[in-house]
Design a protein around this ligand. Structure first.
Ligand code: GTP
Ligand code: MG
Ligand code: ZN
Length: 296
């Protein structure tokens, strides 16, 4: 029998998988019929492969702790959701959706406001701090907040995610001098990014692994998004948790604007940020008529 090794996919691009094992990186292709089994190897996957010089073939993907479709990555511990203070301006609905998906997939969301040299982010930061998330305000240009960002990465896989042009690759470059990832001016005319980063790739950072990921535009985020069942949605807003039991119509309360809803009352009393509840209602509306058989 030929030799088999265990490794981790550091980079997946165009059908090639760069698998690291014992400090070496092997350029692998997937062997056998992965597609028929409905599995696409992802960056972050632990795999068994058959080495052949500096190349190899992936034989199997080890069971995943979790995986995300956007960004496509497996076995994620923490997701750093980056929004820039300006160019482009934060889109709280997109941020709240990403945050909900992270919670849904058992990934810890960390909220990052970047480019703090361009605009004040205090009001945005307050919303997410009040909701109970870890919030970091950083600037790749001035170095503000980079030390806290560095400290926030710990064991396991950490990934940056967010709209194109928010400065994900710039933050990685600031953290890992010598990396020199490509970054690009956002289009002045359109005020949005250019999709500079094209694939999900992991980098070593002390004991942690950090992933740069391609940004997305708000439009493709809306159109090809995965959905969260409406029954599961309240659980994806962790700050609702203390109130869910107290709803008069619990457990069937939808927590939208219902009388006797403890979540709505907490919003009115300023205990839950109104912006977060607004996003919840918008997400609920988007999935309310969605039946399970519609799910991909
Ligand atoms: N003023 C300012 N500009 C920044 C900062 N960080 C990044 N930029 C600029 O923002 C633009 C986009 O940065 P990138 O790092 O390429 O953004 P990205 O999120 O990796 O974009 P994609 O790879 O397309 O998803 C570049 O022109 C950067 O120079 C910052 O802290 N302050
Ligand atoms: Mg990038
Ligand atoms: Zn309720």
């Amino acid at each position: 029998m030929s030799e088999q090794l265990n490794g981790i996919i550091m980079h997946a691009i165009s059908g090639f998988y760069y698998v690291e094992a014992a400090g070496f990186v092997y350029e692998c292709k997937a062997k056998g019929n992965f597609r028929a089994r409905g599995i696409t190897p992802l960056t972050g996957d632990h795999v068994v492969f058959e080495p052949d010089g500096d190349k190899g073939f992936i034989l199997s993907v080890t069971d995943r702790k979790n995986f995300l479709q956007r960004p496509p990555i497996a076995n994620l511990s923490r997701l750093f959701l980056v929004s820039s203070s300006d160019r482009p301006k934060p889109n709280l609905y997109v941020l709240d959706k990403l945050t909900a998906f992270a919670v849904y997939h058992d990934v810890e969301p960390v909220i990052v406001f970047s480019k703090t040299d361009l605009a004040d982010v205090t009001d945005y930061a307050r919303i997410y701090k009040q909701a109970g998330f870890r919030v970091l305000c950083c600037c790749a240009k001035t170095g503000e907040g980079l030390e806290e960002l560095r400290m926030a990465f710990s064991d396991g896989i950490n990934a940056f995610s967010g709209n194109s042009g928010v400065g994900k690759s710039s933050l990685l470059n600031a953290l890992l001098p010598g990396l020199a990832l490509e970054t690009n001016e956002i289009s002045e005319k359109l005020g949005r990014g250019r999709h500079t980063t094209r694939s999900v790739r992991l980098y070593h950072f002390g004991d942690a692994l950090l992933a740069d990921t391609p940004g997305f535009s708000s439009i493709d985020f809306e159109e090809n998004g995965e959905t969260i069942r409406k029954e599961a949605l309240p659980g994806c807003f962790p700050e609702f948790a203390p109130y869910l039991e107290d709803c008069r119509f619990s457990p069937s309360c939808r927590h939208l604007n219902d009388k006797g809803c403890a979540v709505v009352r907490a919003v009115q009393e300023g205990k839950i940020p109104v912006e977060r509840h607004r996003s919840y209602c918008q997400m609920y509306e988007a999935v309310r008529d969605f039946k399970d058989w519609n799910r991909k």
